[in-house]
Design a protein around this ligand. Sequence first.
Ligand code: NI
Length: 149
Amino acid sequence: MASDLVRFSVAIPMGLLEEFDEYTARRGILTNRSEAIRDLMREKLVEDELASPDAEVVGSITMVYDHHTPDLTQRLDEVQHEHIPQIVSTMHVHLDHCNCLEILAVRGRSADVHDLADRLLGIKGVRHGSLACTATTSSMGHHHEHRHE
Ligand code: NI
């Protein structure tokens, strides 16, 4: 990101500006309009980047499932063995007698990471699952999420 700041003026309706100020105030962390607008611009750029199937992304896939579901753990394993390049690390937590929480750190082409997430979260018996990912290039710092609940 270029570090030189430039100023430009923008004409917008008063009502829109007021709504925007209220929005940034609600978010609490942003201290001024410039920062808020920079933030939104970066967010849109990352969104655009992520829309490309070839974008390089990093992220996590989170799943909760009942390990008693017939064939479920075997099918989860099979899918993961077919996506070795995309899976950096996995964590498995036995939540209680039935339920497991599994978290996968993933990276790679956006299309491959989304394909992996769709295949895992689409397996019958996966109760809650989500993919959160962010682009690794220029506009790093924002993420988007897909939830399947
Ligand atoms: Ni378990």
